[in-house]
Write a protein that binds this ligand. Structure first.
Ligand SMILES: Nc1ncnc2c1ncn2[C@@H]1O[C@H](COP(=O)(O)OP(=O)(O)O)[C@@H](O)[C@H]1O
Ligand SMILES: O=C(OP(=O)(O)O)[C@H](O)COP(=O)(O)O
Length: 310
């Protein structure tokens, strides 16, 4: 283990390496030049070796010195095996998916996933929405959402998306019922209501049983299914059922030959907690990187690798 990632001592340690030996460098982010993608810093890193392999897919959406500057300085770079697998599923498979193509999007907010929703809308056969982001859509439809999670500044965006869906004959599905609680707590009072009947003072915490069944049926028909974001507040046991049922449906569809691709840290954790990680085709190691990749963006840390077409 080197005491730093650049400097004369590290350069000497790297130069003294014998075949079969590995030198682990200190975290590059201790230097502000890493995130600044500073040219001289990248050059110093590049001088430590003869070839560059990037296997850090989770950081490939960052144009930092270690992800973009070094291969640029060296004039060449290759993907590691994990990187290759991530790109194969999140980019190549999604560009030409086995049909029908279904997307399940949840999580807290629309704002973090707006590009993904827009990119997927025209491509998928069905887009199933759950989680906290559903309530901004309901608000845009003029429904009462009580104290549910709302992004005031995204109501217009949600309205525009709904208009696009209506005009384009696209299939965007919102929950029909939800589990509401009288406060944001695992021991809150709970009831199941239709999504157009959320009582004032209550908040939507999970998709309801009817929605779970609808979404499970839709997933069962999928040839390729991508999933990003929990369908409810899955960290709290009473509100984890929607997420669990979707995970089970994806696992069953995968057994029947569908390709299932999971992105997002919380989503991956929920799948692992349900003991279903091995039942999915691919679970991405990247949060932000998988979102950007699935949104159709070419990641800077991938574009610079000359063994990648993009
Ligand atoms: N109805 C809801 N109200 C509030 N938060 C929610 C709701 N549904 C899901 N969430 C929250 O969304 C978070 C995960 O969202 P996100 O970070 O987008 O997922 P990922 O990490 O898989 O990308 C979780 O902490 C979960 O509790
Ligand atoms: O953990 C990571 O990303 P993720 O939380 O989006 O999966 C990567 O290391 C990127 O981290 P960053 O968002 O600090 O650049």
């Amino acid at each position: 283990m080197a005491p730093d990632c650049v400097g004369t001592e590290v350069a000497a340690q790297a130069a003294a390496l014998q075949p079969g030996q590995v030198l682990l460098l200190e975290n590059v982010r201790f230097h502000p030049q890493e995130e600044q993608n500073e040219r001289t810093f990248a050059q110093h890193l590049a001088e430590l070796g003869d070839a560059y392999v990037n296997d850090a897919f989770g950081a490939a959406h960052r144009a930092h010195a270690s992800t973009e500057g070094v291969p640029r300085c060296m004039g060449a770079g290759a993907s590691g095996l994990l990187m290759e697998r991530e790109i194969a599923y999140l980019d190549e498979t999604l560009r030409c998916p086995q049909l029908p193509f279904t997307a399940v999007l949840g999580g807290a907010k629309i704002s973090g996933k707006i590009e993904l929703i827009e990119h997927l809308l025209d491509r998928v056969d069905a887009l199933l929405i759950g989680g906290g982001m559903a309530y901004t859509f309901f608000k845009a439809m003029g429904l009462e959402i009580g104290d549910s999670l709302l992004e005031e500044d995204r109501i217009d965006t949600a309205r525009q998306l709904l208009t696009r869906v209506e005009k384009g004959g696209l299939d965007l599905q919102l929950p029909v019922d939800c589990v509401v609680a009288d406060r944001f707590a695992a021991d809150a009072q709970v009831q199941v209501v239709a999504c157009d009947a959320i009582p004032r003072g209550w908040q939507g915490m999970d998709i309801g049983p009817q929605t779970r069944q609808r979404y499970a049926d839709q997933i069962a028909r999928g040839g390729t299914i991508v999933w990003n974001g929990p369908l409810g507040v899955c960290e709290m046991v009473p509100f984890a059922q929607g997420t669990q049922q979707v995970a089970l449906a994806l696992a069953a569809a995968t057994r029947e030959g569908a390709v299932s691709i999971i992105g997002g840290g919380d989503t991956a954790a929920a799948v692992a907690q349900a003991g279903l990680a091995q039942a999915m085709t691919h679970i991405s190691t990247g949060g932000g990187a998988s979102l950007e990749c699935m949104s159709g963006r070419v990641l800077p840390g991938v574009a610079v690798l000359d063994d990648e077409e993009s």
